[in-house]
Design a protein around this ligand. Structure first.
Ligand code: GUN
Length: 313
């Protein structure tokens, strides 16, 4: 039976450590602060951001929720970001995506001070990460490393295959694994004979955004599978494809009309020695890592990192 890597338990551990660090910083009169910018009314974003703000309160961080209207312009958003860059009580700036069409997201994200870029989306942070310099790494890939590290799953010398090359997950996950001395392969939609490569993976990271894309024949028996995907299944046909005979999921599907499946087919997990479930895996770590990044940003901005020569965490 494979081991289930419990995202909730690890998120709780990280949050506890962040809360302790916040207490410690309070002794020097520092209270890390996060500005969460939520534009318009995207229901999923509202849920995420509410949860981010609530977690700040739980851990003792200051937070400021800013809610520009759906009609906001790029210029107005740039003015807001500029004001947040200058505020001393704000250590982290989170601009929840997606943004309305009229807002130029690239220009806006590039305007966030790299020192306050707790999402790790700024090209300066991507470059620092690549160069192995202290950086704010994107939260989900940082969570992937924490899951492996805190479950004592070796990374050094292992074959890690990352399926997906997004700037937010695939590329930074590959960089972080490389810094931990994995032999890293990045695969994507144009990769030839994908299965031949994924079958080499001691650690397989699935971040393609396609439901159940990784099937059993693509998995090396005994490997570790990290499933970053979050896909909603709404048809009976799709449900049966992934969960036929699973009574618990069937009950959830009938009750809500949908269920969540990752990028890995549930049957593929059975071949692994350990895997992150969906839901209940990596997704739960994203907010914990955002909190951790905010405290890290607060320390870095004040020159309080114990070891300023350290490589990316
Ligand atoms: N939208 C969905 N996930 C994220 C995230 O991690 N950060 C931001 N800023 N927006 C998101």
């Amino acid at each position: 039976m494979p081991r289930i890597l419990d995202g909730a338990a690890i998120a709780a551990q990280i949050k506890k450590e962040v809360a302790e660090e916040v207490k410690h910083l309070a002794q020097s009169g520092v209270r890390p602060g996060l500005a969460a910018v939520l534009v318009g009314h995207v229901p999923a974003s509202e849920i995420y951001v509410r949860s981010k703000v609530q977690t700040c309160a739980e851990l003792g961080l200051y937070s400021d929720l800013i809610t520009p209207p759906d009609s906001v312009t790029t210029e107005e958003m740039l003015d807001l970001v500029s004001a947040l860059n200058s505020r001393d009580d704000i250590d982290g700036i989170l601009i929840q995506l997606p943004l309305p069409k009229q807002v130029d997201a690239k220009v806006l994200l590039d305007a966030v001070s790299p020192a306050k870029d707790v999402d790790g989306f700024h090209p300066i942070n991507a470059g620092r990460l690549q160069a192995g310099r202290p950086a704010l790494a994107p939260c989900t890939p940082a969570g992937v490393i924490e899951v492996l590290r805190r479950n004592s799953i070796p990374i050094s010398g292992q074959n890690a295959v990352v399926v997906g090359r997004s700037d937010i997950v695939g590329k930074p996950a590959a960089m972080l694994l490389l810094h931990q001395n994995a032999t890293v392969t990045i695969c994507h939609s144009k990769t030839r004979d994908l299965g031949a490569l994924t079958r080499q993976a001691d650690i397989l990271v699935a971040a393609i955004g396609r439901p159940g894309f990784i099937t059993p024949e693509m998995v090396k028996p005994g490997s570790t599978i990290i499933d970053v995907g979050i896909n909603r299944i709404e048809t009976r046909e799709d449900f049966d494809r992934f969960f036929k005979g699973n009574e618990k999921r069937e009950a959830a599907f009938l009750k809500r009309g949908s269920v969540i499946v990752g990028d890995v087919h549930p049957a593929a997990f059975e071949l692994s020695s350990a895997y992150t479930p969906v839901p209940g895996g990596v997704g739960l770590l994203t907010i914990a890592m955002l909190m951790s990044n905010t405290v890290r940003a607060a320390r870095m901005r004040r020159g309080l990192l114990e070891n300023s020569g350290e490589t990316v965490s």
